[in-house]
Structure formats: C-alpha cells, structure tokens
Ligand binder design. Sequence first.
Ligand code: SAM
Length: 294
Amino acid sequence: AISEIGSSQRTREIIKKYGIHAKKGFGQNFLTDLNVLTGIVDAAQITKQDNVIEIGSGLGALTEQLAKSAGEVVALEIDTDLLPLLADVLSPYKNVKVINQDVLKANLPKLIQEEFTDPSRPVKVVANLPYYITSPILMNLLNSSVQWAAICVMMQKEVAERLTAKVGTKQYGALTLAIEYSMTAQLAFGVSRHSFVPAPNVDSAIVVLTPRTTALTEQPFDQAKLFSLIKTCFAHRRKNLWNNLKPLMRKNKTKQQAVKDALDHLQIASTDRPETLSLLQFIQLANGLHEKQI
Ligand code: SAM
C-alpha cells in the first residue's frame, strides 16, 4: 500500500520524483507530520456533510486528509509547477478539485457556487496558510460575504496569539477586534517548526474561527466608522487614547471638548491605552463621537 502523502518518507519521495524546490516567495513549508494533519481535520470537525476550501494545497498532504473526511474539497494553489504532481498524488480521491488560483484574487461566493456539487452545504476553510499573507487572507475571508461554518487555519504562533488575545494584553489589537467582530476565535494546538519541510524560522499554531452566536450589541452603529476609529486608536500602540485621538481633533478646542465629553460619558479615561477597550466600548465610543460630529 502507498503511505500517506504527509508521511516523511512519502514526502521525500514526492519531492525527489517531481524535482520540487520549496518556494520561499509562496511561503512553501510542507507539513510532514500525520498527527498534525489529522489534528487539523479534527479541530475543524470535518464531516461528509461539509464542503471544504483549502488554501494552498502544496504537495497535497492536508488535501488528502480532508478528502477522506469531507464531502467535497476544493483546493486553491497559486503555484502552477505543483499542478501535475497534485493531479497524480490526489488521483485516488474523486471528491477533490485543485484549482490554479490566487486566493487573494478569488471571487469566493462565485467559486462556491460553481465548484461544489451542492453549494448549500456548510462551507469550511481549512489551511496551512502561506504565512507572509496570513492577515490579508483572513480579512478577505471575513469580508467575502460568505457565511463560513468554520475557518480552521495554521499560522505563525505570534499571529495566533494576536487573533485569540484577551482585552488588556499586549497581543490585543486591531486584528483581534476585526476577528471578534464576526467570529469566535479559539487556539486549537501549537505545532513545532520541525513538523515541516523545509522547517520555517517560527513555531506555528492552529486557530479555529466559528461564527458568533450572539449579537455584539442591539445598538445600531456604522461599521466603517468603527474600524476607522479602531485603526486611529491603535496607530501608536504605546500612546494613550487621547494622543491617538489627536488627529480627529486637530487642535480645535470645540472638538477636544467633544472628545473629552464622549470619553467621560463612557467612563473611559483619556490616559487609558487602546488595548484596554473592549469591542463593545469601541462601538460605544464610535457612536459617542459620531453624535458629536467627530
Ligand atoms: N497544504 C500544504 C501543507 O500543509 O503541506 C502546503 C502549505 S504551504 C505553508 C502554503 C501553500 O500555499 C503553498 O503550497 C503555496 O504555494 C500556496 N500559496 C501561497 N500563496 C498563495 C495564494 N495567494 N493563493 C493560493 N495558494 C497560495
């Protein structure tokens, strides 16, 4: 019997047979640890009812494990050189399609409609992400208008810590809040750099995002204004709120008083640092400033 793609022996054979040189520019670090591969599939709770989109098929190690558990798998791979190899090694799996596509340029709702036999099934994203574009990929997924049943992705450990950070910690910031806006983030498990070929310079972790089950607030608010305020408040992490908010006041006395009033009303000290505010407090502050035409 042929061993699984993610075993170190088979990975070595594939690399040799197809003359593969991992491309740094595409963030190619291939998983060669079957426990990690099956751990990812378990963390995503993949069932035969699920449609799965994989980002970056690589040598197909994760794609194969997904094919075994999922209904259908559509894997996006930017590197044209890997396509013949993927067609070969994944040929036993009839529920897999590999598409030569840059995930950052993909029209995901359209792709789901066109590529899955039954697009109405839950869609999950599962990936060992190319680390150099982790945040843009996550933002693309969250801004795509698709209702993801889950997003289960491996990334650099430090980024995983930012995604799952609690308010008041050093890791908490704009990225944490962007995720928390629509999803609940959970750290599944950590992965050593030695589980990859070639080994990256960083350790990794798997994060599972699931849709929020409760509304953030009953109050109406403007999403664009909220994220613009968050960006302003975290522009200089080591500055306090007042100093970060200065660009909104431009030394205008009336505006300064308005910002002061809005903060006072919410019992937020102007000397507090941005990482001490919860998402709900940012919403309230955005609304408070908007009421005062700021
Ligand atoms: N899934 C494989 C594994 O776990 O061994 C490969 C993971 S490797 C970290 C990331 C993969 O994403 C590479 O195969 C790379 O070519 C691909 N990739 C990089 N940028 C991409 C993009 N913009 N769109 C789609 N795939 C991309």
